[in-house]
Design a protein around this ligand. Structure first.
Ligand code: NAD
Ligand code: IPM
Ligand code: MN
Length: 353
């Protein structure tokens, strides 16, 4: 039997609360699906940084590398500057393991609340393919003349041909496989180098996929259409920063941050891929049992798909939908009074039915 090895990085705040429940679900599934799981739990977090002066061990990436997947909660907490904690852990993993695809479903499940009026549920059903290794997040820049009136901060976007081609091709392949439309979101009218380049590559690669229906939108217009006409979108491909922003907006129209999941994929499987809820550490509700673990549970479903167990991936997603439809056990963000742990227990109970 294949043993799947999973690195657990609960991280900070509610990351700890939700990964605990996600792991309970994984254990349950392993017990009944004939899948064997092995874990390696790592304490890397802001608390770890305050004790050790680093977000992960020196040989941290080597330790992680031996595993099939990483299951991460959230990184960042008051007391450590966000750019230090994130670039020392989450972003380091995304870049270092060349997880250049960030797949974020924006799907309004039955029973999930939607703040939009008169929008049929089926209209909100898309997958955002976010570039995840370069672009605006390349971390290239400088601070000049610090502390003077001439002080300057430079932050350079890096859009490589290889980097753009591979994410755009991935999105075309996905659209072709699923028979869906593909929308590229960029901003060529203002960013005359990087985004014009992106748009050119989107058209170039499109020549190889005559069967895929495409459109190209500016990110400002795309944001407006996410709210006004979400049915326009099926597969969306976009840059790192635009994908970050659009998927919080996507979360808002599809049930909230407590339901938004994401997979950071290295499609070649040379390195582990990483599965995480897209929300942060939510210091306002951390440790109180108020966090909704459904986003973390949805990322378990993505991990199971990645392991080739789409049967279980689908069962987990269906269990989330059943829970939402029944409206009995919900956390406060979804209008209920249940605790984090009770949500996971209810999901287990649904899977046992
Ligand atoms: P956040 O996502 O942590 O919280 C935003 C709001 O959504 C808060 O009101 C929070 O209570 C609510 N929320 C988020 N997830 C929820 C859940 N599962 N259930 C119920 N409510 C939920 O965003 P933020 O406040 O901007 O960031 C807090 C910290 O997390 C910062 O340090 C930030 O850098 C970091 N962060 C990390 C990640 C990550 O690790 N992937 C993502 C975003 C932010
Ligand atoms: C996300 C987060 C991260 C990002 C932050 C914490 C660096 O917002 O995963 O969406 O911007 O990618
Ligand atoms: Mn984000």
């Amino acid at each position: 039997m294949k043993i799947f090895k999973i690195d657990l990085i609960p991280g900070d705040g509610i990351g700890v609360d939700v990964i605990r429940e996600g792991r309970r679900l994984l254990d349950h599934i392993a017990g009944i699906s004939g899948m064997s799981l092995e874990y390696n739990e790592l304490p890397w977090s802001c608390e770890y940084y305050l004790k050790h002066g680093k977000m992960m061990d020196e040989d941290g990436m080597d330790k992680l590398k031996e595993f099939d997947a990483i299951y991460l909660g959230a990184v960042g907490y008051p007391g450590v500057p966000d750019h230090v904690s994130l670039s020392g852990l989450l972003l380091k993993i995304r870049r270092g393991f060349d997880e250049y695809i960030n797949l974020r479903p924006v799907k309004l499940l039955r029973g999930a609340p939607c703040p939009l009026r008169d929008v049929p549920r089926e209209d909100i059903d898309m997958v955002v393919v976010r570039e995840n290794s370069e672009g605006e997040y390349a971390n290239v820049g400088a601070r000049l003349y610090p502390g003077t009136a001439q002080e300057v901060a430079l932050q350079t976007g890096v859009f490589s041909r290889k980097g753009c081609e591979r994410v755009i091709r991935y999105a075309y392949e996905l659209a072709k496989k699923e028979g869906k439309t593909l929308t590229s979101v960029s901003k060529g009218n203002a960013l005359g180098y990087s985004m014009v380049f992106w748009d050119e590559i989107f058209r170039e690669i499109g020549q190889e996929y005559p069967e895929v229906r495409t459109s190209s939108l500016m990110v400002d217009a795309a944001s407006m259409f996410f709210v006004k006409e979400p049915r326009r979108f099926q597969i969306v491909v976009t840059s790192n920063l635009f994908g970050d922003i659009l998927t919080d907006l996507g979360a808002a129209i599809a049930g909230g941050m407590g339901l938004a999941a994401g997979a950071n994929l290295n499609p070649e499987r040379k390195y582990p891929s990483m599965f995480e809820p897209i929300h942060g550490s939510a210091p306002d509700i951390a440790g109180k049992g108020l966090a909704n673990p459904l986003a973390a549970i949805w990322s378990v479903s993505q991990m199971l798909d990645f392991f080739g167990r789409e049967d279980w991936g689908a069962k987990v997603l269906a269990a989330i939908e059943t829970l939402l439809t029944e409206q009995k056990v919900l956390t406060p963000d979804l209008g209920g009074t249940a605790k984090t742990k009770e949500i996971a227990s209810a999901i287990l109970a649904i899977l046992k039915r």
